[in-house]
Write a protein that binds this ligand. Structure first.
Ligand code: ATP
Ligand code: MG
Length: 593
């Protein structure tokens, strides 16, 4: 899926591409077999040489709607798989029983598909859920115990915390660390069988309490938690810890390159320790997956945390997960973002190994650059005031309407023309008239001439006002023989061109003018509550007039309203009898300093 703008961009090299290219050149994974589905070493050994050169995965936890940060990760993982003749699995990381919901599972699948990616590879579905691996995870835990690499610890949580030490102080061995294998197995089975209370014991990996990396100081790998799981029900009262589960999920799925965000960097030694042990024991196929970390996306004016986005929804600060101001994929989509714009954005920001902030204008820029070449043009008046052409009846004829036309797209004449009519009365933007013009104002003021775009040149003669001094109608005279596209039409020179919509054929529309949800680039800077930085002007709704070519458009259609920017018919509320547009973004960055 490439857009015209995309094609011009040379794919920037990133360190992950280099790693994959290096592995492909060296044949690191060339001998891998694939059993047709996830499984242990024996399962894959009985399979075929893996038809996929590389396997990646996108592993969301189904506890909320995906946001623009996840979009980066989706584009990265699925994009690398596509570019290197591999596959990318969609894996629901549902090992935590408390938080998951199947509503989110469907939304996540939709989001990945909308971005243009597919987890299928021929007959392989490659849609997995981590909880399907609980049996193997349990078996692997018993193997670790049997091989002297894990033990059941019954210290209190507080004792464990104290004994873990800190950055300067090494940890202290637990008194339970020297239990025999038989005792550990018996106790672990009691944990599994519900003989111990929640929190009474944990299974820990036996590594090194003095390791400089605190994550290697005998991390917990199983805990007791009586909780109903959406997939496994009440089968288990012990659940694997994320740091234990994740490497195993990757290994069973024969993932080659396991890409995660930087905060997992310190977990990498444990990832390798665990998979090395399980490979030694012949439980998982070799070579095992490797973890690589990249910097998460931080975007100014945006929150990228499912939990905080959920708070905005739950407290009704926005209308829902798909509110067009939300950075969720459903929100961006309703706002009018295209998959192509998000791909281009992901390409432009690239992949790095150090955290930084991406400016929001980069996202909007990618959107403009992808919409500009494809969006049909239209005229719309968002803040209408009536303009009356007082000499219309004499020069054009009473009640007469005159045909005007404009290209659907200025660079694509083959797309044809839009037709509309001009008459005695047209709608113009109220800001296009000034009684006493400021310096450099070239639009309507008494005595000035402007062109009605695609129409005639007119000369302003003044305005009528109500009792409060507000302009009710702007008045002008039409200058004959100046209609755009007719011979001699440019004999009268003007400095200003204004957009307009005919009163007789205009279509009334509700236009939702969306802007950034937060007024601060860093909504949480200096420990502030992000709610304090909500932009009070992030939405205003106006009744506008749009040209007649927009009378019958379907929901989700994008246009460039000349002068105003990009607009989309709302996916939820737009209907044949109620035209509703969302502003996607302005013509240029109005926030630039
Ligand atoms: P959140 O804090 O919003 O819940 P998460 O990282 O816990 O985010 P997961 O569902 O666990 O959400 O993430 C799925 C994948 O998306 C992970 O591989 C994670 O690295 C990636 N991801 C999440 N947030 C970002 C981000 N801001 N930038 C890049 N990748 C991200
Ligand atoms: Mg998470």
């Amino acid at each position: 899926m490439t857009s015209p703008a995309d094609k011009e961009i040379h794919k920037p090299s990133n360190f992950l591409r280099q790693i994959i290219e290096h592995d492909l050149a060296k044949g690191t994974y060339a001998g891998r077999r694939w059993g047709g589905s996830p499984g242990d070493a024996a399962h894959h050994a009985a399979g075929q040489p893996d038809p996929a050169k590389v396997r990646l995965r996108f592993p969301p936890e189904p506890n909320g709607y995906l946001h623009v940060g996840h979009a980066k990760s989706i584009c990265l993982n699925f994009g690398l798989a596509r570019d290197y003749a591999g596959v990318c699995h969609l894996r629901f990381d549902d090992t935590n029983p408390e938080k998951e919901d199947s509503e989110y599972v469907d939304a996540i699948k939709d989001a990945v598909q909308w971005l243009g990616f597919d987890w299928h590879n021929g007959a392989e579905t490659n849609l997995y859920q981590a909880s399907d691996y609980f049996d193997f995870m349990y078996r692997a835990a018993e193997y670790l115990i049997e091989s002297g690499n894990a033990y059941v610890d019954e210290q209190s949580a507080e004792e464990m915390r104290i004994h873990r030490g800190d950055f300067v102080k090494p940890g202290v061995n637990s008194p339970f660390r020297s239990r025999t294998v038989a005792e550990n197995i018996a106790r672990f089975r009691e944990m599994r069988d519900g003989k111990l209370a929640d929190g009474a014991a944990v299974l820990r990996a036996k590594i090194d309490m003095a390791s400089p990396n605190i994550n290697m100081r005998d991390p917990a790998i199983y805990r007791i938690r009586r909780a109903h799981h959406h997939n496994t029900g009440d089968k288990w009262c012990i659940y694997p810890m994320y740091t234990y589960a994740h490497p195993i999920e990757d290994a069973l799925e024969q993932i080659t390159h396991s890409i995660c965000t930087l905060e997992f960097e310190d977990q990498r030694p444990f990832y390798d320790w665990l998979l090395d042990k399980l490979a030694e024991g012949g439980l998982i196929a070799s070579p095992h997956p490797r973890q690589y970390e990249f910097a998460r996306l931080n975007l100014t004016y945006v929150l990228t945390s499912k939990r905080k986005l959920a708070q905005l929804v739950n407290e009704q600060r926005v209308s829902g997960w798909d509110d067009p101001r939300m950075p969720t994929i459903v929100g961006l989509r309703r706002r009018g973002y295209t998959p192509e714009a998000i791909h281009l954005f992901a390409e432009r920001i690239g992949v790095t190994k150090s955290d930084s902030w991406i400016d929001y204008s980069t996202l909007e820029g990618a959107l403009r650059d992808t919409l500009d070449p494809i969006a049909p043009r239209a005229m719309a008046v968002l803040d209408p005031v009536k303009l009356v052409l007082t000499n219309w009846d004499e020069v054009m004829g009473a009640g007469k309407l005159d045909d005007c036309s404009a290209p659907v797209h200025p660079h694509h004449p083959e797309q044809g023309k839009r037709e509309f009519k001009i008459g005695k009365e047209v709608w113009i933007e109220s800001t296009d008239y000034e009684e006493t013009p400021p310096k450099g104002f070239f639009r309507l003021f008494p005595g000035n001439k402007v062109r009605l775009k695609y129409g005639h040149v007119i000369e302003c003669t003044g305005a009528t006002k109500d009792a409060n001094g507000n302009v009710t109608e702007v008045l002008a005279t039409l200058i004959p023989d100046t209609k755009s596209g007719t011979p001699g039409s440019d004999a009268v020179k003007v400095k200003g061109v204004i957009t307009w919509v005919g009163v007789y054929d205009a279509v009334q529309a509700e236009v939702r003018l969306y802007d950034r949800l937060f007024s601060e680039a860093h909504p949480e800077a200096d420990g502030k509550d992000f709610l304090e930085n909500l932009n009070p002007a992030s939405l205003s709704v106006v009744t506008a007039y749009v040209e007649p070519s927009l009378a019958k458009v379907e929901a989700g259609q994008r246009f460039q309203f000349e002068r105003h920017g990009y607009f989309v018919t709302d996916l939820k509320d737009h209907a044949a009898n109620k035209v509703v547009f969302n502003r996607v973004t302005g013509m240029k960055d109005s926030w630039a300093k």
